[in-house]
Design a protein around this ligand. Structure first.
Ligand code: ADP
Ligand code: MG
Ligand code: ZN
Length: 479
Protein backbone atom coordinates (compact mmCIF):
# COMPACT_ATOMS: atom_id res chain seq x y z
CA UNK A 1 0.00 0.00 0.00
CA UNK A 2 1.20 3.50 -0.80
CA UNK A 3 1.37 6.03 2.06
CA UNK A 4 -1.95 7.85 2.54
CA UNK A 5 -2.61 10.51 -0.08
CA UNK A 6 -0.07 9.06 -2.53
CA UNK A 7 -0.30 6.85 -5.56
CA UNK A 8 2.51 4.84 -7.10
CA UNK A 9 3.00 4.64 -10.86
CA UNK A 10 5.01 1.66 -12.02
CA UNK A 11 6.17 0.31 -15.37
CA UNK A 12 8.20 -2.89 -15.68
CA UNK A 13 10.90 -3.78 -18.17
CA UNK A 14 11.36 -7.54 -18.38
CA UNK A 15 14.22 -9.26 -20.19
CA UNK A 16 13.63 -12.88 -21.03
CA UNK A 17 16.10 -15.28 -22.62
CA UNK A 18 14.67 -17.33 -25.45
CA UNK A 19 14.79 -21.13 -25.51
CA UNK A 20 16.74 -21.39 -28.75
CA UNK A 21 19.43 -24.03 -29.16
CA UNK A 22 21.94 -21.42 -30.32
CA UNK A 23 22.70 -17.71 -29.89
CA UNK A 24 21.02 -14.83 -31.72
CA UNK A 25 23.67 -14.17 -34.37
CA UNK A 26 26.02 -17.18 -34.29
CA UNK A 27 25.97 -20.95 -33.89
CA UNK A 28 27.28 -21.02 -30.30
CA UNK A 29 25.27 -23.05 -27.79
CA UNK A 30 22.69 -21.17 -25.75
CA UNK A 31 22.86 -22.95 -22.39
CA UNK A 32 22.84 -21.93 -18.76
CA UNK A 33 25.51 -23.17 -16.38
CA UNK A 34 28.20 -24.34 -18.81
CA UNK A 35 31.92 -23.89 -18.06
CA UNK A 36 32.59 -20.12 -18.51
CA UNK A 37 33.82 -18.91 -21.91
CA UNK A 38 33.31 -22.22 -23.68
CA UNK A 39 30.32 -21.19 -25.82
CA UNK A 40 32.08 -18.43 -27.76
CA UNK A 41 33.18 -17.74 -31.33
CA UNK A 42 34.50 -14.82 -33.38
CA UNK A 43 30.97 -13.43 -33.87
CA UNK A 44 29.93 -13.22 -30.22
CA UNK A 45 33.44 -12.18 -29.18
CA UNK A 46 33.24 -9.30 -31.67
CA UNK A 47 36.42 -10.23 -33.53
CA UNK A 48 37.19 -8.15 -36.63
CA UNK A 49 35.67 -9.38 -39.87
CA UNK A 50 32.97 -11.52 -38.27
CA UNK A 51 29.38 -11.01 -39.35
CA UNK A 52 26.05 -11.71 -37.61
CA UNK A 53 23.46 -14.10 -39.06
CA UNK A 54 20.00 -13.82 -37.53
CA UNK A 55 18.58 -16.90 -35.77
CA UNK A 56 15.20 -17.72 -37.35
CA UNK A 57 13.94 -19.55 -34.27
CA UNK A 58 14.53 -16.46 -32.12
CA UNK A 59 12.32 -14.46 -34.46
CA UNK A 60 9.63 -17.14 -34.17
CA UNK A 61 9.76 -17.01 -30.40
CA UNK A 62 9.59 -13.21 -30.43
CA UNK A 63 6.48 -13.40 -32.59
CA UNK A 64 4.96 -15.95 -30.23
CA UNK A 65 5.53 -13.57 -27.33
CA UNK A 66 4.06 -10.68 -29.32
CA UNK A 67 1.02 -12.75 -30.22
CA UNK A 68 0.54 -13.93 -26.62
CA UNK A 69 0.71 -10.31 -25.47
CA UNK A 70 -1.83 -9.14 -28.04
CA UNK A 71 0.72 -7.00 -29.86
CA UNK A 72 0.81 -5.81 -33.40
CA UNK A 73 3.69 -7.62 -35.15
CA UNK A 74 5.54 -5.27 -37.46
CA UNK A 75 8.51 -5.10 -39.79
CA UNK A 76 11.48 -4.19 -37.64
CA UNK A 77 15.05 -2.90 -37.80
CA UNK A 78 18.12 -3.81 -35.74
CA UNK A 79 20.20 -1.03 -34.25
CA UNK A 80 23.56 -0.84 -32.56
CA UNK A 81 23.41 0.43 -29.01
CA UNK A 82 26.95 1.61 -28.32
CA UNK A 83 28.55 1.54 -24.92
CA UNK A 84 31.93 0.68 -23.50
CA UNK A 85 31.86 -1.96 -20.80
CA UNK A 86 33.66 -5.28 -20.60
CA UNK A 87 30.46 -7.35 -20.56
CA UNK A 88 30.12 -6.75 -24.31
CA UNK A 89 33.32 -7.38 -26.24
CA UNK A 90 31.93 -5.75 -29.39
CA UNK A 91 31.40 -2.48 -27.46
CA UNK A 92 27.87 -2.41 -28.72
CA UNK A 93 24.76 -4.49 -28.30
CA UNK A 94 22.49 -5.30 -31.22
CA UNK A 95 18.96 -4.34 -30.25
CA UNK A 96 15.81 -2.95 -31.79
CA UNK A 97 15.24 0.73 -31.21
CA UNK A 98 12.52 2.81 -32.84
CA UNK A 99 11.12 0.03 -35.02
CA UNK A 100 10.61 -2.98 -32.73
CA UNK A 101 8.98 -6.21 -33.87
CA UNK A 102 6.05 -6.11 -31.38
CA UNK A 103 4.12 -3.00 -30.30
CA UNK A 104 0.90 -1.95 -28.58
CA UNK A 105 -0.32 -5.02 -26.75
CA UNK A 106 -1.74 -5.81 -23.35
CA UNK A 107 -1.57 -8.39 -20.63
CA UNK A 108 -4.58 -9.39 -18.55
CA UNK A 109 -4.05 -10.03 -14.82
CA UNK A 110 -6.03 -12.78 -13.05
CA UNK A 111 -8.35 -10.11 -11.62
CA UNK A 112 -9.09 -8.99 -15.22
CA UNK A 113 -7.22 -5.66 -15.09
CA UNK A 114 -5.20 -4.99 -18.21
CA UNK A 115 -1.66 -3.66 -18.27
CA UNK A 116 -0.54 -2.12 -21.55
CA UNK A 117 2.49 -3.50 -23.37
CA UNK A 118 4.36 -0.73 -25.14
CA UNK A 119 6.79 -2.94 -27.01
CA UNK A 120 8.48 -6.33 -26.96
CA UNK A 121 11.66 -6.22 -29.00
CA UNK A 122 14.52 -8.57 -29.84
CA UNK A 123 18.05 -7.96 -28.61
CA UNK A 124 21.15 -9.89 -27.65
CA UNK A 125 22.15 -10.53 -24.06
CA UNK A 126 25.45 -9.27 -22.70
CA UNK A 127 28.18 -11.30 -21.05
CA UNK A 128 28.13 -11.74 -17.30
CA UNK A 129 30.60 -9.94 -15.07
CA UNK A 130 31.29 -11.06 -11.54
CA UNK A 131 33.04 -8.69 -9.16
CA UNK A 132 35.28 -10.48 -6.73
CA UNK A 133 35.84 -9.08 -3.26
CA UNK A 134 34.24 -5.93 -1.83
CA UNK A 135 30.88 -7.61 -1.33
CA UNK A 136 30.42 -8.25 -5.04
CA UNK A 137 29.97 -4.57 -5.93
CA UNK A 138 32.16 -2.96 -8.56
CA UNK A 139 33.44 -0.11 -6.32
CA UNK A 140 35.37 -2.14 -3.80
CA UNK A 141 36.06 -5.25 -5.88
CA UNK A 142 39.63 -6.54 -6.15
CA UNK A 143 39.07 -7.78 -9.69
CA UNK A 144 36.34 -8.79 -12.10
CA UNK A 145 35.64 -12.03 -13.95
CA UNK A 146 33.78 -12.10 -17.20
CA UNK A 147 31.89 -14.94 -18.86
CA UNK A 148 30.97 -14.48 -22.52
CA UNK A 149 28.78 -17.58 -22.73
CA UNK A 150 25.79 -15.29 -22.26
CA UNK A 151 26.99 -12.66 -24.76
CA UNK A 152 24.74 -12.95 -27.80
CA UNK A 153 22.04 -15.10 -26.20
CA UNK A 154 18.68 -14.04 -27.68
CA UNK A 155 16.42 -11.91 -25.50
CA UNK A 156 13.06 -10.32 -25.83
CA UNK A 157 12.62 -7.17 -23.74
CA UNK A 158 9.03 -6.55 -22.77
CA UNK A 159 8.23 -2.99 -21.76
CA UNK A 160 4.96 -2.34 -19.95
CA UNK A 161 3.03 0.91 -19.93
CA UNK A 162 3.11 2.72 -16.57
CA UNK A 163 -0.23 1.14 -15.70
CA UNK A 164 0.78 -0.68 -12.51
CA UNK A 165 -0.23 0.93 -9.22
CA UNK A 166 1.22 -1.15 -6.39
CA UNK A 167 3.97 -3.59 -5.45
CA UNK A 168 1.40 -6.38 -5.27
CA UNK A 169 0.15 -5.65 -8.74
CA UNK A 170 3.73 -5.59 -10.04
CA UNK A 171 4.24 -9.07 -8.65
CA UNK A 172 1.01 -10.28 -10.22
CA UNK A 173 2.10 -8.82 -13.54
CA UNK A 174 5.51 -10.49 -13.40
CA UNK A 175 3.97 -13.83 -12.40
CA UNK A 176 1.43 -13.63 -15.20
CA UNK A 177 4.07 -12.65 -17.73
CA UNK A 178 6.23 -15.56 -16.62
CA UNK A 179 3.29 -17.94 -17.06
CA UNK A 180 2.68 -16.51 -20.55
CA UNK A 181 6.33 -16.88 -21.53
CA UNK A 182 6.36 -20.49 -20.39
CA UNK A 183 3.01 -21.25 -22.04
CA UNK A 184 4.20 -19.75 -25.33
CA UNK A 185 7.24 -22.05 -25.25
CA UNK A 186 9.52 -19.07 -25.86
CA UNK A 187 11.27 -18.99 -22.48
CA UNK A 188 11.59 -21.01 -19.30
CA UNK A 189 10.93 -17.88 -17.20
CA UNK A 190 13.44 -18.93 -14.52
CA UNK A 191 14.22 -15.84 -12.46
CA UNK A 192 16.71 -17.74 -10.30
CA UNK A 193 18.81 -18.55 -13.39
CA UNK A 194 18.48 -15.04 -14.77
CA UNK A 195 16.46 -16.12 -17.78
CA UNK A 196 13.78 -13.68 -16.69
CA UNK A 197 15.04 -10.37 -15.27
CA UNK A 198 12.83 -7.55 -14.11
CA UNK A 199 13.64 -3.84 -13.78
CA UNK A 200 11.03 -1.67 -12.08
CA UNK A 201 10.40 1.98 -12.98
CA UNK A 202 8.74 3.66 -10.04
CA UNK A 203 7.38 7.16 -9.47
CA UNK A 204 4.86 8.62 -7.04
CA UNK A 205 2.21 11.32 -7.29
CA UNK A 206 -0.47 12.85 -5.08
CA UNK A 207 -3.60 10.77 -5.15
CA UNK A 208 -6.00 12.06 -7.80
CA UNK A 209 -3.29 13.74 -9.88
CA UNK A 210 -2.88 12.53 -13.42
CA UNK A 211 0.60 13.94 -13.90
CA UNK A 212 3.58 11.62 -13.94
CA UNK A 213 6.27 12.06 -11.30
CA UNK A 214 10.00 11.65 -11.92
CA UNK A 215 10.85 7.97 -11.98
CA UNK A 216 13.69 5.82 -10.75
CA UNK A 217 14.59 2.51 -12.32
CA UNK A 218 15.36 -0.24 -9.81
CA UNK A 219 17.63 -3.09 -10.92
CA UNK A 220 18.81 -6.40 -9.47
CA UNK A 221 15.43 -7.91 -8.69
CA UNK A 222 16.05 -11.64 -8.65
CA UNK A 223 12.73 -12.95 -7.42
CA UNK A 224 9.10 -11.91 -7.25
CA UNK A 225 9.64 -11.37 -3.55
CA UNK A 226 12.47 -8.91 -4.03
CA UNK A 227 10.48 -7.19 -6.78
CA UNK A 228 7.67 -6.54 -4.29
CA UNK A 229 9.96 -5.50 -1.45
CA UNK A 230 12.05 -3.20 -3.62
CA UNK A 231 9.03 -1.37 -5.03
CA UNK A 232 7.52 -1.03 -1.57
CA UNK A 233 10.74 0.48 -0.29
CA UNK A 234 11.19 2.75 -3.30
CA UNK A 235 7.65 4.16 -2.99
CA UNK A 236 8.28 4.98 0.68
CA UNK A 237 11.63 6.58 -0.10
CA UNK A 238 10.24 8.80 -2.87
CA UNK A 239 7.25 9.93 -0.81
CA UNK A 240 9.60 10.83 2.07
CA UNK A 241 11.82 12.85 -0.31
CA UNK A 242 8.88 14.84 -1.69
CA UNK A 243 7.16 15.31 1.68
CA UNK A 244 10.33 16.74 3.17
CA UNK A 245 10.40 19.36 0.41
CA UNK A 246 12.88 17.65 -1.91
CA UNK A 247 12.55 16.39 -5.46
CA UNK A 248 13.10 12.87 -6.75
CA UNK A 249 16.14 12.71 -9.01
CA UNK A 250 15.86 10.47 -12.06
CA UNK A 251 18.23 7.64 -11.31
CA UNK A 252 19.06 4.03 -11.85
CA UNK A 253 19.03 2.36 -8.42
CA UNK A 254 20.22 -0.99 -7.15
CA UNK A 255 18.16 -3.18 -4.80
CA UNK A 256 20.24 -4.30 -1.84
CA UNK A 257 18.52 -7.51 -0.81
CA UNK A 258 20.37 -7.88 2.51
CA UNK A 259 19.76 -4.31 3.70
CA UNK A 260 16.28 -4.09 2.18
CA UNK A 261 16.94 -0.70 0.54
CA UNK A 262 17.48 0.74 -2.93
CA UNK A 263 20.72 2.67 -3.44
CA UNK A 264 21.67 5.13 -6.20
CA UNK A 265 23.78 3.53 -8.95
CA UNK A 266 24.00 6.31 -11.52
CA UNK A 267 21.94 9.11 -12.97
CA UNK A 268 19.70 7.78 -15.73
CA UNK A 269 21.37 7.42 -19.10
CA UNK A 270 19.60 8.94 -22.10
CA UNK A 271 19.06 7.35 -25.49
CA UNK A 272 21.51 9.80 -27.10
CA UNK A 273 24.25 8.48 -24.84
CA UNK A 274 24.10 5.24 -26.80
CA UNK A 275 24.59 6.68 -30.29
CA UNK A 276 22.03 4.32 -31.79
CA UNK A 277 22.36 3.68 -35.50
CA UNK A 278 20.94 0.99 -37.82
CA UNK A 279 23.01 -2.20 -37.78
CA UNK A 280 24.71 -2.18 -41.19
CA UNK A 281 25.38 -5.92 -41.19
CA UNK A 282 21.73 -6.98 -40.94
CA UNK A 283 18.82 -6.31 -43.25
CA UNK A 284 15.48 -5.12 -41.88
CA UNK A 285 13.27 -7.94 -40.66
CA UNK A 286 9.93 -8.37 -42.41
CA UNK A 287 8.41 -11.76 -41.58
CA UNK A 288 5.72 -12.65 -44.10
CA UNK A 289 2.31 -14.01 -43.24
CA UNK A 290 3.20 -17.67 -43.62
CA UNK A 291 6.27 -17.33 -41.41
CA UNK A 292 4.13 -15.65 -38.76
CA UNK A 293 1.49 -18.35 -38.98
CA UNK A 294 4.09 -21.08 -38.69
CA UNK A 295 5.58 -19.40 -35.63
CA UNK A 296 2.36 -19.37 -33.66
CA UNK A 297 0.94 -22.63 -34.99
CA UNK A 298 2.08 -24.86 -32.14
CA UNK A 299 1.12 -22.40 -29.43
CA UNK A 300 -1.51 -23.55 -26.93
CA UNK A 301 -3.97 -21.28 -25.12
CA UNK A 302 -2.55 -18.62 -22.80
CA UNK A 303 -3.12 -18.60 -19.01
CA UNK A 304 -6.07 -16.16 -19.05
CA UNK A 305 -7.94 -18.39 -21.50
CA UNK A 306 -6.97 -21.51 -19.54
CA UNK A 307 -8.30 -19.97 -16.34
CA UNK A 308 -11.58 -19.20 -18.09
CA UNK A 309 -11.86 -22.77 -19.36
CA UNK A 310 -11.16 -24.23 -15.95
CA UNK A 311 -13.70 -21.97 -14.27
CA UNK A 312 -16.28 -23.12 -16.83
CA UNK A 313 -15.42 -26.74 -16.09
CA UNK A 314 -15.86 -26.15 -12.37
CA UNK A 315 -19.48 -25.36 -13.13
CA UNK A 316 -20.22 -22.80 -10.44
CA UNK A 317 -18.20 -24.56 -7.77
CA UNK A 318 -15.67 -21.73 -7.38
CA UNK A 319 -15.49 -19.31 -4.48
CA UNK A 320 -13.01 -16.44 -4.21
CA UNK A 321 -10.38 -18.79 -2.78
CA UNK A 322 -11.24 -21.17 -5.60
CA UNK A 323 -10.27 -18.45 -8.08
CA UNK A 324 -6.87 -18.17 -6.42
CA UNK A 325 -6.53 -21.92 -6.75
CA UNK A 326 -7.46 -21.73 -10.42
CA UNK A 327 -4.74 -19.09 -10.94
CA UNK A 328 -2.23 -21.27 -9.08
CA UNK A 329 -2.83 -24.46 -11.04
CA UNK A 330 -2.72 -22.61 -14.37
CA UNK A 331 0.48 -20.80 -13.43
CA UNK A 332 2.06 -24.12 -12.46
CA UNK A 333 0.79 -25.79 -15.63
CA UNK A 334 -1.29 -28.28 -13.64
CA UNK A 335 -4.68 -27.27 -15.05
CA UNK A 336 -4.66 -30.17 -17.52
CA UNK A 337 -4.60 -32.59 -14.57
CA UNK A 338 -7.54 -30.88 -12.88
CA UNK A 339 -9.50 -31.01 -16.12
CA UNK A 340 -8.68 -34.69 -16.60
CA UNK A 341 -9.82 -35.44 -13.05
CA UNK A 342 -13.11 -33.57 -13.41
CA UNK A 343 -13.80 -35.28 -16.71
CA UNK A 344 -13.17 -38.60 -14.97
CA UNK A 345 -15.88 -37.76 -12.47
CA UNK A 346 -13.86 -36.50 -9.49
CA UNK A 347 -15.59 -33.76 -7.49
CA UNK A 348 -14.42 -30.44 -9.01
CA UNK A 349 -13.78 -28.76 -5.64
CA UNK A 350 -11.64 -31.66 -4.44
CA UNK A 351 -9.71 -31.94 -7.70
CA UNK A 352 -8.96 -28.21 -7.66
CA UNK A 353 -8.07 -27.96 -3.97
CA UNK A 354 -5.76 -30.98 -3.93
CA UNK A 355 -3.98 -29.88 -7.08
CA UNK A 356 -3.56 -26.28 -5.90
CA UNK A 357 -2.27 -27.37 -2.49
CA UNK A 358 -0.74 -30.86 -2.37
CA UNK A 359 0.33 -31.25 -5.98
CA UNK A 360 1.52 -27.65 -6.27
CA UNK A 361 4.05 -28.28 -3.50
CA UNK A 362 5.95 -30.36 -6.06
CA UNK A 363 4.60 -28.99 -9.33
CA UNK A 364 7.58 -30.21 -11.34
CA UNK A 365 7.16 -33.76 -10.04
CA UNK A 366 3.41 -33.69 -10.50
CA UNK A 367 3.69 -32.56 -14.12
CA UNK A 368 5.79 -35.63 -14.78
CA UNK A 369 3.30 -37.99 -13.12
CA UNK A 370 1.20 -40.20 -15.30
CA UNK A 371 -2.20 -38.39 -15.41
CA UNK A 372 -3.92 -41.77 -14.98
CA UNK A 373 -2.10 -42.38 -11.69
CA UNK A 374 -2.92 -38.86 -10.52
CA UNK A 375 -6.62 -39.25 -11.27
CA UNK A 376 -6.62 -42.65 -9.60
CA UNK A 377 -5.06 -41.08 -6.52
CA UNK A 378 -7.72 -38.36 -6.39
CA UNK A 379 -10.45 -40.93 -6.86
CA UNK A 380 -9.39 -42.82 -3.74
CA UNK A 381 -10.00 -39.77 -1.59
CA UNK A 382 -13.04 -38.73 -3.59
CA UNK A 383 -14.69 -42.10 -2.99
CA UNK A 384 -13.83 -42.13 0.69
CA UNK A 385 -11.28 -44.94 0.39
CA UNK A 386 -8.55 -42.69 1.79
CA UNK A 387 -8.82 -39.89 4.32
CA UNK A 388 -7.25 -36.55 3.41
CA UNK A 389 -4.29 -37.29 5.65
CA UNK A 390 -3.73 -40.70 4.11
CA UNK A 391 -4.11 -39.30 0.62
CA UNK A 392 -1.29 -36.84 1.33
CA UNK A 393 1.01 -39.63 2.42
CA UNK A 394 0.22 -41.63 -0.70
CA UNK A 395 0.89 -38.67 -3.00
CA UNK A 396 4.21 -37.98 -1.30
CA UNK A 397 5.30 -41.53 -2.08
CA UNK A 398 3.84 -41.44 -5.57
CA UNK A 399 5.89 -38.32 -6.34
CA UNK A 400 8.96 -39.79 -4.72
CA UNK A 401 9.01 -43.22 -6.23
CA UNK A 402 6.10 -43.46 -8.67
CA UNK A 403 3.97 -46.59 -8.82
CA UNK A 404 0.34 -47.37 -8.34
CA UNK A 405 -1.62 -45.30 -5.78
CA UNK A 406 -3.74 -48.28 -4.69
CA UNK A 407 -0.67 -50.44 -4.11
CA UNK A 408 1.06 -47.65 -2.18
CA UNK A 409 -2.02 -47.23 0.02
CA UNK A 410 -2.23 -50.97 0.64
CA UNK A 411 1.48 -51.16 1.48
CA UNK A 412 1.01 -48.38 4.01
CA UNK A 413 -1.85 -50.30 5.59
CA UNK A 414 -4.37 -47.62 4.67
CA UNK A 415 -7.75 -49.16 4.54
CA UNK A 416 -10.97 -47.32 4.72
CA UNK A 417 -12.51 -47.47 8.14
CA UNK A 418 -15.22 -50.01 8.22
CA UNK A 419 -18.54 -48.24 7.94
CA UNK A 420 -19.90 -49.45 11.26
CA UNK A 421 -16.91 -48.21 13.28
CA UNK A 422 -17.13 -44.80 11.58
CA UNK A 423 -20.81 -44.59 12.46
CA UNK A 424 -19.92 -45.32 16.05
CA UNK A 425 -17.23 -42.63 16.22
CA UNK A 426 -19.47 -39.99 14.65
CA UNK A 427 -22.21 -40.90 17.08
CA UNK A 428 -19.87 -40.46 20.05
CA UNK A 429 -18.54 -37.12 18.84
CA UNK A 430 -22.04 -35.80 18.29
CA UNK A 431 -23.16 -36.84 21.77
CA UNK A 432 -20.13 -35.13 23.32
CA UNK A 433 -20.94 -31.75 21.72
CA UNK A 434 -24.69 -31.20 21.99
CA UNK A 435 -24.56 -27.39 21.48
CA UNK A 436 -22.59 -27.71 18.23
CA UNK A 437 -24.81 -30.53 17.09
CA UNK A 438 -27.90 -28.40 17.68
CA UNK A 439 -26.49 -25.59 15.55
CA UNK A 440 -25.50 -28.02 12.81
CA UNK A 441 -29.00 -29.46 12.74
CA UNK A 442 -30.41 -25.93 12.47
CA UNK A 443 -28.51 -25.54 9.25
CA UNK A 444 -25.11 -24.13 10.29
CA UNK A 445 -23.10 -26.18 7.80
CA UNK A 446 -19.82 -24.68 8.98
CA UNK A 447 -19.99 -26.97 11.97
CA UNK A 448 -19.43 -29.96 9.71
CA UNK A 449 -15.75 -28.95 9.77
CA UNK A 450 -15.80 -29.02 13.55
CA UNK A 451 -17.19 -32.54 13.63
CA UNK A 452 -14.82 -33.74 10.92
CA UNK A 453 -11.96 -32.41 13.05
CA UNK A 454 -13.22 -34.27 16.10
CA UNK A 455 -13.63 -37.51 14.18
CA UNK A 456 -10.16 -37.15 12.66
CA UNK A 457 -8.71 -36.69 16.11
CA UNK A 458 -10.50 -39.74 17.42
CA UNK A 459 -9.43 -41.88 14.42
CA UNK A 460 -5.97 -40.36 13.98
CA UNK A 461 -6.83 -39.20 10.50
CA UNK A 462 -8.17 -42.50 9.25
CA UNK A 463 -11.72 -41.44 8.56
CA UNK A 464 -12.74 -39.98 5.22
CA UNK A 465 -14.14 -36.44 5.56
CA UNK A 466 -16.68 -37.26 2.93
CA UNK A 467 -17.95 -40.31 4.79
CA UNK A 468 -18.18 -38.25 8.00
CA UNK A 469 -20.30 -35.62 6.29
CA UNK A 470 -22.56 -38.28 4.84
CA UNK A 471 -23.06 -39.78 8.31
CA UNK A 472 -23.70 -36.31 9.84
CA UNK A 473 -26.35 -35.65 7.19
CA UNK A 474 -27.97 -39.01 7.84
CA UNK A 475 -28.04 -38.38 11.59
CA UNK A 476 -29.39 -34.84 11.33
CA UNK A 477 -32.11 -35.93 8.91
CA UNK A 478 -33.25 -38.37 11.56
CA UNK A 479 -32.84 -35.89 14.44
P1 ADP B 1 13.68 4.23 -21.30
O1 ADP B 1 13.78 4.15 -22.77
O2 ADP B 1 14.47 5.31 -20.69
O3 ADP B 1 13.88 2.94 -20.61
P2 ADP B 1 10.81 4.29 -21.52
O4 ADP B 1 10.02 5.48 -21.86
O5 ADP B 1 10.96 3.25 -22.54
O6 ADP B 1 12.20 4.72 -20.98
O7 ADP B 1 10.15 3.65 -20.24
C1 ADP B 1 10.68 2.61 -19.59
C2 ADP B 1 9.70 2.12 -18.55
O8 ADP B 1 9.41 3.13 -17.62
C3 ADP B 1 8.35 1.69 -19.12
O9 ADP B 1 8.01 0.47 -18.51
C4 ADP B 1 7.41 2.79 -18.69
O10 ADP B 1 6.13 2.29 -18.45
C5 ADP B 1 8.03 3.26 -17.40
N1 ADP B 1 7.74 4.65 -17.08
C6 ADP B 1 7.85 5.70 -17.89
N2 ADP B 1 7.56 6.84 -17.24
C7 ADP B 1 7.29 6.50 -15.95
C8 ADP B 1 6.95 7.21 -14.76
N3 ADP B 1 6.83 8.52 -14.75
N4 ADP B 1 6.76 6.49 -13.63
C9 ADP B 1 6.89 5.16 -13.61
N5 ADP B 1 7.20 4.44 -14.70
C10 ADP B 1 7.41 5.09 -15.85
MG1 MG C 1 14.56 0.97 -20.83
ZN1 ZN D 1 29.31 -17.27 -30.92
Amino acid sequence: MSPAGWEAVIGLEVHCELLTATKLFCGCRNAFGDEPNTNVCPVCLGLPGSLPVLNERAVEFAMRIGTALNCEIRPSVFHRKNYFYPDMPKDYQISQYDEPINVDGWLELPDSTRVGIVRAHIEEDTGKTTHVGGGGRIHDAAHALVDYNRAGVPLVEIVSAPDIRSADQARLYAAELRAILVASGASDGRMEEGSMRVDANVSVRRYGSDEMGTRCEVKNLNSLRSLGRAIEHEIGRQVAVVESGGAVAQQTRHWDEAKGVTVALRSKEEAFDYRYFPEPDLVPLAPDRSFRQRAVAGMGPMPAERRRRLVALLAGEVSASGLDQVATVVELDLDGLVAAAIEAGIGPALALARTANEAAADAEGTRHLDPGAYVKWLRMENDGILSATQAKAVLAELLDRGGDPAEIAAAKGFEAMAEDSLVAVVGEVVTRSPAEWERYCQGDEKLAQFFIGQVMKATRGKASGKAVVAELKRLSAGA
